[in-house]
Design a protein around this ligand. Structure first.
Ligand code: UDP
Length: 239
């Protein structure tokens, strides 16, 4: 590993695509596999915070194109992320990991409210903290929230789990056969070359605050553990 795992604290972003296995709804077998890989890293002493996406249920931008008010559609999107949180929580607990879910929209029966200092305390005690409901604000993305939560809970790295690609490429490898994978790039490279790493809001937050990010592929078994413990996989993105 590039860094020792003692006191290593990282933020893992899991997209809705992972939770749905590429479809609408939940793919429990995939969530179970990911939970087991997270459990492996926790057993090695890594402190893990997770931000969960929700595109497998609703994306606000898509719903608004079909006639819904954008802000209300975004709230639907945020509520979708909470279902993914509960699924992940369940499989993590089954794998022997202590967990807490914290949501940016208060729903006391299913989760704690987002309280940063309490989240840090959970992490110090070895509990996995799962952040749901995005930022609680329409017009934001869970990618942006990942960066914000990582900053506020003092995570050393943001780990972006991707489906179908194993890092950042010079072009879209699914459509352009000449695309090559990059081992390292800067946020400015990503902006200038319009590389689809994350949305512009998330990107500028990273750049302004010197965030270290790794983009890696979720499909290869074991990769979630590898990324969490600090192996040099995928693409490293820095200022
Ligand atoms: N969302 C939002 N504010 C946030 C985070 C998410 O409004 O802070 C909504 C938005 O509509 C988004 C949906 O929740 O489309 C699901 O999140 P996202 O698309 O980021 O999930 P992913 O692409 O990772 O599956």
């Amino acid at each position: 590993p590039e860094t020792g795992t003692a006191h290593r604290r990282v933020l893992l972003k899991l997209s809705g695509e992972t939770f749905g296995g590429g479809q609408i709804g939940l793919a429990p077998d995939v969530v179970q596999r990911v939970a087991r890989e997270i459990a492996d890293a926790v057993a090695q002493g890594v402190q893990v915070a997770i931000v969960v996406g929700g595109g497998n249920f609703f994306r606000g931008a898509e719903l608004s194109q079909r006639g819904l008010d954008r802000a209300r559609a975004d709230y639907m999107g945020m509520l979708g992320t909470v279902m993914n949180c509960l699924a992940l929580q369940d499989f993590l607990e089954q794998a022997g990991v202590k967990t807490r879910v914290q949501t940016a929209i208060t729903m006391g029966q299913v989760a704690e409210p987002y309280i940063p200092l309490r989240a840090i305390r959970h992490l110090e005690k070895g509990r996995v903290v799962i952040f749901g409901a995005g930022a609680g604000m329409p017009y934001f993305s869970t990618d942006t929230v990942s960066v914000q939560r990582a900053l506020e809970t003092h995570c050393q790295e943001v780990l972006m789990g991707k489906n179908g690609v194993d890092g950042v490429y010079t072009a879209d490898p699914r459509t352009d056969p000449s695309a090559t994978k990059l081992d390292h790039l800067t946020y400015t490279d990503a902006l200038v070359n319009d590389l689809a790493v994350m949305d512009a809001t998330a990107l500028s937050l990273c750049r302004d605050n010197d965030v270290r990010m790794r983009v890696f592929g979720m499909n290869e078994p074991g990769n979630v553990t590898r990324a969490l413990v600090g192996e040099n996989i995928g693409t490293l993105v820095t200022t």
